[in-house]
Design a protein around this ligand. Structure first.
Ligand code: NAI
Ligand code: MG
Length: 332
């Protein structure tokens, strides 16, 4: 029996978390959950976005399924995601964007996995006012952080039968920083002769992604480009409710949907739990329960292709619970 930590979050967080945990139980995933309320509602009640016991639980279990939270507006609030990424060194943000039968887009074959470095680049947030009319923002690229994210991208390609890894950069302008990222990429690529590799400048990548998304497979890049390019790939598959992600470090792993807490539909029982469910499949694969993950993925594919019980964001009229039950009835 594996114990994992679960953060329920705000808005649609509790509804989609309940649906996902019910499906995980129905699939006999053999896990127990330590569940915590985190986020804006928790802050109102007890004065902390994340209660101390929730941190302690994650530190013990090392694996976290996190549902979205509402970022409180006002001074002094650090993004909870940035807090978690830094505190637990969750350096690899992995976002698989795969076209799905339930959502028709001009690009039915998109299947792209973005590896975004999660800890440095411009996101270290070091800005300096030089004088009234000049601000400097520091971009930090280190060999250590570059090596580990690039290596992870190749290891992933190897273990997931992927054929190519593309390095995304701007080394023509940022010769030292992106230049080092690119030269590390080339060195590591040479260690994986069975995997094709290439590199492309980030602006060209944006154009190519929109015109020929099928030509991309695994992509690896520094933080800022990863933020922007992964949103572009989400647009290609056309559905916010369908994008999972993992945030991995050496000791800890956090899995979450890419979307937010959707306050506009909270409590209406129409939220699509698929992104969180697929995030939980990535979690299952991370802890070695690949068979259970495949069973759930297959059931979801069947329900989505049948289009009988799909949620309103995908054009259907099923409730979160009807969709949940449909997935459960397709589990084999
Ligand atoms: P959002 O992703 O919550 O919602 C955007 C639109 O997509 C809304 O119309 C919403 O109803 C719809 N949507 C999102 N997820 C859906 C789902 N699973 N099923 C059906 N429809 C869905 O983005 P928004 O409105 O910009 O942010 C709301 C709050 O969420 C903010 O406080 C924001 O800071 C927070 N947020 C939290 C994140 C996290 O915790 N990882 C990530 C992004 C936003
Ligand atoms: Mg972003």
């Amino acid at each position: 029996m594996t114990t994992i930590t679960v953060f329920k979050g705000d808005g649609i967080g509790p509804e989609i978390t309940d649906a996902v945990l019910t499906i995980l139980d129905a699939a006999h995933s053999d896990m127990t959950y330590e569940i915590f309320n985190v986020g804006a509602a928790e802050y109102e009640k007890n004065g902390a976005l994340i209660p101390e016991e929730a941190f302690t639980s994650f530190e013990k279990n090392k694996v976290l399924l996190k549902s979205p939270i509402t970022t409180p507006i006002g001074k002094g609030f650090r993004s909870l995601n940035v807090t978690l990424r830094n505190k637990y060194d969750l350096y690899a943000n992995i976002r698989p964007a795969k076209a799905n039968a339930a959502v028709s887009t001009p690009f039915p074959n998109v299947d792209i996995v973005t590896f975004r470095e999660n800890t440095e680049d411009l996101y270290v947030g070091i800005e300096k006012q030089i004088d009234e009319n000049t601000v400097h923002a520091i971009k930090i690229i280190t060999r250590k952080a570059s090596e580990r994210i690039i290596r992870d991208a190749f290891e992933y390609a190897l273990s997931h039968d992927r054929h190519k890894v593309t390095c995304v950069h701007k080394a023509n302008i940022l010769k030292l920083s992106d230049g080092m990222f690119l030269s590390i990429f080339k060195k590591i690529a040479a260690l994986y002769p069975q995997i094709e590799s290439d590199d492309k400048i980030v602006d060209n990548v944006c154009m190519q992604l929109v015109m020929h998304p099928d030509s991309f497979d695994v992509m690896v890049m520094p933080n800022l480009y990863g933020d922007i390019v992964s949103d572009l790939t989400s647009g290609l598959i056309g559905g916010l409710g369908l994008l999972p992600s993992s945030n991995l470090g050496t000791g800890y792993a956090m899995f979450e949907a890419v979307h937010g807490s959707a306050p506009d539909i909270a409590g209406k029982h129409i939220a699509n739990p698929t992104a969180l469910l697929w995030s939980s499949c990535m979690l299952l694969e991370y802890i070695g329960k690949n068979n259970i993950a495949s069973r759930i993925r297959r059931a979801v594919d069947e329900v989505l292709s049948e289009k009988r019980y799909i949620t309103p964001d995908l054009g259907g009229n099923a409730s979160t619970e009807q969709y949940r039950d449909a997935v459960i009835s397709h589990l084999k």
